[in-house]
Design a protein around this ligand. Structure first.
Ligand code: ADP
Ligand code: ASP
Ligand code: MG
Length: 403
């Protein structure tokens, strides 16, 4: 079998942990498998590099940021390769460029366009274990180093697994699979044996950072057999992320996600003229701001209050755009002390009463819901951030996810 393995930041967080990863790879190799391992930077390293850059500039050039941030993954790939070599295993480390990962030139958020597998296939045919630096590629336009967005090593691994038609892509992290909610928040969370791509994509997009959302999207598209498991307990089987039809009986609700990186923008007494909402949201879109939930309430005087949410990282850009609408509103405020809790499950499509249960569970904890949005397989609520963990646990109880 050809196995693509990915080891996240905590899994390679110390030299000892890198040795531990080497051991996992050796065991898999000794079982007769071909191995491509994709590694993250040591935990905390990417954040540290961002802080370094920010001491010189609040708005550093994104091309330089990619040069800087991609270094973390190169360190771990080389160290892991050296450790395996020392134990007599033939290895080669590869940067994203050497692994043939070709991307767009949207620096810090590049998208993978194609993978030229020549180098990787040659190395595998020569009996080598490949250790790829995750999170990076090379721009097709300008041949510069690019990075794939935070958590992007998951995407590197899935894309490589797809391109090499690997039998399996195992994402090793610090939890032994996908749980009904973040086990750090709710210790009663239950591990799922399987979860559908659709549900995993929703959970990841709504804040469960155990898998990067784009990696799940790609796994679904390329039909990659994706497994989430732990490098701390590699003997424990993880969770399989798979097609919905492979799951015999889907529960109504599969999981709860929490996203604290949310800001609620309130616009009060927006001028009563046609097209105003259109021009506000057009301007936000033109600035690449990711507006999520929107509600409008019209008061008796015909003026409207408009509430919407954005990711915390877009706050400065949003304020700049909003400043241009100051003459059309009475007041604008920004509330960073909010969070989004979401309930995800494909079973919602065919069951009623799922939403009302969420609302009454919030009510019984005296938690005020500020904004609600729903789709076929999810319900999201904006609440005060101080209630985040309480809300997650209350919802987990309400849907009996610990059973
Ligand atoms: P890595 O550094 O290996 O990429 P991450 O920190 O990105 O790991 O993701 C792993 C973390 O995701 C876990 O430590 C856990 O706290 C968190 N997490 C959030 N939601 C879930 C969930 N539903 N199931 C498992 N882990 C989750
Ligand atoms: N090191 C990068 C990050 O922290 C990529 C990754 O770990 O997947 O976002
Ligand atoms: Mg991650």
């Amino acid at each position: 079998m050809l196995k693509v393995l990915k080891f996240g930041g905590t899994s390679v967080g110390t030299l000892e942990r890198i040795q531990n990863v080497a051991k996992i790879i050796k065991d898999i190799r000794d079982d007769g498998h071909d191995v491509v391992a994709v590694v993250s930077a040591m935990s905390g390293e990417t954040n540290k590099l961002i802080e370094y850059a920010n001491t010189f500039s609040k708005n550093p050039c994104e091309r330089e940021m990619d040069m800087l941030l991609s270094s973390g993954e190169r360190v771990t790939s080389a160290l892991l390769s050296i450790a395996l070599n020392e134990d007599g295993y033939a290895t080669t480390s590869m940067s994203g460029r050497e692994a043939g990962i070709k991307t767009t030139s949207e620096h810090t958020e590049a998208r993978i366009e194609e993978i030229d597998t020549t180098n990787m296939k040659n190395a595998i045919n020569n009996g080598k274990i490949i250790i790829v630096a995750g999170f990076q590629g090379v721009s097709l336009d300008n041949a510069r180093i690019t990075t794939l967005g935070r958590g992007g090593s998951d995407l590197s691994a899935v894309a490589i697994a797809g391109a090499l038609k690997a039998d399996i892509c195992e994402i090793y992290t610090d939890v032994d699979g996908i749980y009904t909610t973040d086990p750090r928040i709710e210790p009663k969370a239950k591990k799922l044996e399987k979860i559908s791509y659709e549900e995993m994509l929703e959970l990841a997009s709504l804040g469960a950072k155990v898998l990067q959302n784009r990696s799940v999207e790609m796994a679904k598209k390329l039909n990659v057999n994706l497994v989430s498991r732990s490098s701390f307990t590699p003997e424990v089987e993880g969770t399989l992320i798979t097609q919905e039809e492979n799951i015999m009986e889907a529960p109504v609700v599969s999981g709860i996600a929490l996203d604290k990186n949310q800001v609620r923008v309130g616009m009060y007494k927006v001028a009563d003229k046609p097209g105003i909402a259109a021009s506000i949201f057009q301007s936000l879109a033109d600035s690449n701001i990711n507006v999520d939930m929107i509600v409008q309430t019209v008061a008796v005087d015909g003026k409207a209050d408009l509430d919407f949410t954005i990711p915390t990282g877009d706050l400065d850009k949003t304020k700049k755009v909003m400043d241009t609408f100051m003459n059309d509103v009475e007041n604008i405020d920004y509330n960073e002390a909010v969070c989004k809790v979401s309930i995800v499950g494909v079973g919602m499509k065919s069951h009623t009463g799922v939403a009302s249960k969420a609302f009454s569970s919030m009510a019984s904890e005296n938690i005020n819901i500020r904004i609600i949005s729903t789709s076929e397989i999810k319900i999201s609520m904006i609440i005060e951030e101080k209630y985040a963990e309480l809300a997650v646990r209350a919802l987990h109880d309400a849907y009996e996810l610990d059973k």
